[in-house]
Design a protein around this ligand. Structure first.
Ligand code: SAM
Length: 238
């Protein structure tokens, strides 16, 4: 399978930079403050920070945060929006630019949807785990396989019926409704079972799992969100 990171593209990056927390994205972020806790006096690494939306969110919880990403196009946007932020380039799994820094929390929001191969996921998680303080936690938020076969407030997959036949590790397509760039995003689908194998192989144990569902009283036009979870959030410790 040939997979390229769709975010290494200036137009996509500019479009993504205008995205905040609409619809289904709201559900990705809604429960993170409770999961991450008070950031005062704590250092966080935002792995796959993109245009800095997740980094700014984590900073808003009081953390000192370093954002890293593999896509220079996304980092340029992050630095423009947040000139005071700390955004660094991390070539695939190479975190040497972080020096010897260690983090209380490592967060990866949507990043693992764009990392192909179980071995690569393991190797990246091992490197992230090395960056953790002794009692630190890795929180990774990923797309559930269901996101690629249903309709959502923020996404459509109706043009990609072949997603239904995708096995864990296969490439899938999805279109974001909240951005101007209507081109499909290519992700790699990964089952809960495979993620758990990856975590175990990286020496990490799952201490908490959340699958946020939409609620009737929320100000969005939910489609599948009340019945089916679009996202899975894993909290991991060494
Ligand atoms: C969907 S964006 C999410 C950005 C941000 N976390 C947010 O919530 O808005 C996923 C990001 O992961 C980055 N990414 C993918 N593979 C990566 C890798 N191996 N190392 C670092 N970043 C990576 C992509 O370049 C992209 O910016």
């Amino acid at each position: 399978m040939s997979f390229s990171n769709v975010y290494e593209d200036p137009d996509r990056a500019a479009s993504y930079a205008r995205l905040e927390f609409p619809g289904t994205y709201y559900l990705a972020y809604r429960d993170l403050p409770e999961i991450l806790g008070d950031g005062a006096g704590r250092l966080a690494l935002d792995f796959g920070c993109g245009t800095g939306r997740s980094t700014r969110f984590i900073a808003g919880l009081g953390f000192d945060v370093v954002g890293v990403d593999i896509a220079t196009e996304m980092l340029e946007q992050a630095r423009q929006i947040d000139p005071g932020g700390d955004y660094r380039l991390a070539l695939d799994g190479d975190l040497t630019r972080l020096g010897s820094e260690r983090f209380d929390v490592v967060v990866a929001v949507f990043t693992f949807d764009n990392i192909p191969g179980l071995d690569r996921k393991v190797s990246i998680l091992e490197q992230l785990a090395e960056r953790l303080e002794a009692k630190g936690r890795i929180v990774i938020l990923v797309s559930s396989p269901d996101i690629y076969t249903n309709e959502w407030s923020s996404f459509t997959t109706s043009a990609f019926p072949e997603n239904r036949d995708a096995k864990s590790g296969d490439l899938v397509r999805i279109v974001m409704r909240d951005v101007e760039d209507g081109r499909a995003v290519e992700d790699v689908v990964c089952t809960d079972e495979d993620y758990r194998t990856v975590f175990a192989d990286a020496g990490l144990r799952v201490v908490d799992v959340a699958q946020p569902l939409g609620r009737d009283d929320e100000p969005f036009d939910w489609i599948s969100e009340i019945e089916i979870a679009a996202w899975t959030i894993y909290a991991l410790e060494k």
